[in-house]
Design a protein around this ligand. Structure first.
Ligand code: HEC
Length: 129
């Protein structure tokens, strides 16, 4: 379901540096250490974790070919206590700040931290196939 996020993405298009995908910088500083620059789960500390970091280039492939926007947003944000016992940190507190309105898969409009939208848009750009 690619419809999710388009409103926000259109609003953000003007702010993104032309030469790199939106969110690339945030991804590289916050996520690449575990998931790898390519997103394939081969970050520098990946081998030291008790659970292997997910291959982020296969999120669409493992969701019937559609990028799982809602699931990825919720996962990266973490929502306190929603996912107990996971290895990956919650990024919600770090990404709080300016919000943009996005349309969730069920049609609800949700004010969402702009940096979260940027990172998850970047994840969408990493999808293979
Ligand atoms: C400390 C290492 C670490 C960091 C940093 C990290 N992750 Fe993860 N991530 C993991 C691990 C390990 C998993 C596998 C699930 C678990 O935590 O048990 C995972 C799972 C995921 C998933 C779930 C994929 C699915 O199957 O739905 C997504 C999406 C994701 N990470 C995105 C990110 C993004 C975006 C960032 C940066 C904002 C990030 N991760 C930072 C370790 C990390």
């Amino acid at each position: 379901m690619r419809a999710f996020g388009w409103l926000a993405l259109m609003a953000l298009a003007g702010c993104a540096a032309a030469s790199e995908p939106p969110g690339a910088e945030l991804y590289e500083s916050l996520c690449a250490g575990c998931h790898g620059v390519s997103g394939k789960g081969d970050g520098v500390i990946a081998g030291e974790l008790p659970v292997a970091p997910a291959d982020l280039t296969l999120l669409s492939a493992s969701n019937g070919g559609a990028f799982p926007w809602d699931r990825a947003m919720a996962w990266v944000h973490g929502y306190p206590d929603r996912y107990s016992g996971r290895v990956m940190p919650e990024f919600g507190p770090l990404l709080d700040g300016e919000t943009v309105m996005v349309v969730a898969e069920d049609g609800t409009r949700v004010p969402t931290p702009k940096s979260l939208v940027l990172i998850v848009s970047y994840l969408e750009s990493l999808q293979e196939g």
